[in-house]
Design a protein around this ligand. Structure first.
Ligand code: SF4
Length: 366
């Protein structure tokens, strides 16, 4: 049975210009109906009582008011008995002492916060509603409440962002002493404010220089890179996200959430109105064994540690070497993959071109 649960909160106070996640602008009456629908879905879903991680993401869970947040967290209380890591995502402007106390009361021990940049001019330019001062304040409130496991998200390759801007943001983020940092480059999807306005990110060379800087700079402060976009202090990896990267099963609850059960992936209804009508409606995608094998490789090669060959064998009752041995050998010869201590991983060079490595490993169409 899955040991991780993802709960999607589909509301945001406003829409950031680069975002194409499933969300709607916060409306009190819709939140009330959504909470009822969520209760219904939870009641009708068999969830492992021994979950190890819960992740409440969005959207912006923090945009719920204190009463709504309490209702949500009370609903999740029955599932947290054995949970080791219980994360809630929030944006800096929505953190208050009252909400922080609620999080602690309901066992949340990790917060993931969308800081994005320390430059208020850039934050406005990408449609964020907070300033760097809000991030500082939010981190301080959470720490005073007793939540010290804090992850900050930063973005790079933003329009008009310079290397000096990025360096400043990284230095200021480190100054807040988070346990974990996630750094994502801007991608512009058609169906976003930026996409519709024809805004483009920075050129590929600048983006590559920024990524190289990030990978060089963060370890100097103790933030070890453990995944393409993720860095942490010792022992502070995101346990929940590791379940995804290890290709473990997970439950997805609420509209817009996805889940995985063995060779079945499912997407819950994305449209909030349709979800409210039938919270159990979901789109199921059966996976062939070959699909699942490749997906596991794809997720695991994002990790510095790479793919655990014994985990692959346990999951598919088949040796990795039998399925991917020849292609792997060829990629080892090219210096893109390495095999060591029971793991196959990207080399330094392979990590930089991870997508190309995956293309080479991709099974031929049958
Ligand atoms: S980036 Fe986050 S806060 Fe902004 S609109 Fe998307 S989900 Fe909401």
């Amino acid at each position: 049975m899955a040991e991780s649960l993802y709960v999607h909160v589909p509301f945001c106070t406003s829409i950031c210009y680069y975002c194409d996640f499933a969300h709607v602008v916060y409306q009190k009456d819709l939140v009330r109906k959504w909470l009822d629908a969520l209760a219904f879905q939870l009641h009708h879903t068999a969830i492992n009582p021994k979950l190890k991680t819960i992740y409440v993401g969005g959207g912006t869970p923090g945009c719920l008011d204190a009463d709504e947040l309490e209702t949500l967290l009370q609903m999740l209380d029955p599932y947290r008995r054995y949970v080791q890591e219980y994360t809630l995502e929030c944006n800096p402007e929505s953190v208050t002492a009252e909400k922080a106390a609620l999080l602690v009361k309901h066992g949340i021990n990790r917060v993931s916060m969308g800081m994005q940049s320390a430059d208020d001019r850039l934050l406005t330019a990408i449609g964020r509603r907070h300033t760097f001062a809000d991030t500082k304040n939010a981190v301080s409130i959470l720490k005073q409440a007793g939540i010290h496991n804090i992850s900050l998200d930063l973005m790079y390759s933003l329009p008009q962002q310079t290397m000096a801007d990025l360096q400043d943001s990284i230095a200021k983020a480190i100054g807040l002493q988070p346990t974990h940092l996630s750094l994502y480059s801007l991608t512009i999807e058609k169906n976003t404010v930026f996409g519709r306005k024809g805004i483009t990110p920075l050129d590929e060379d600048t983006e590559a220089d920024m990524y190289e800087y990030i990978c060089r700079e963060l370890p100097r402060y103790g933030y070890r890179q453990y995944e393409i976009s993720n860095f942490c202090l010792d022992g502070c990896e995101s346990k929940h996200n590791l379940a995804y990267w290890h290709y473990d099963d997970f439950y997805g609850i609420s509209c817009g959430a996805s889940g995985k059960e063995g060779l079945l992936r499912y997407d819950n209804e994305k449209n909030l109105m349709r979800y409210l009508q039938n919270p159990l409606q979901r789109h199921e995608i059966p996976l062939s064994r070959q699909d699942a094998q490749f997906e596991m490789i794809m997720m695991s090669l994002r990790l510095k540690q790479g793919l655990d060959l014994s985990a692959y064998q346990r999951r598919f009752h088949h040796a990795y070497e039998e399925d991917y041995g020849l292609k792997t050998e060829a990629l080892i010869k090219r210096g893109w993959l390495e095999e060591k201590d029971g793991y196959v991983r990207c080399s330094e060079k392979g990590y930089e071109i991870c997508n190309t490595v995956l293309e080479e490993l991709m099974p031929e169409e049958e």
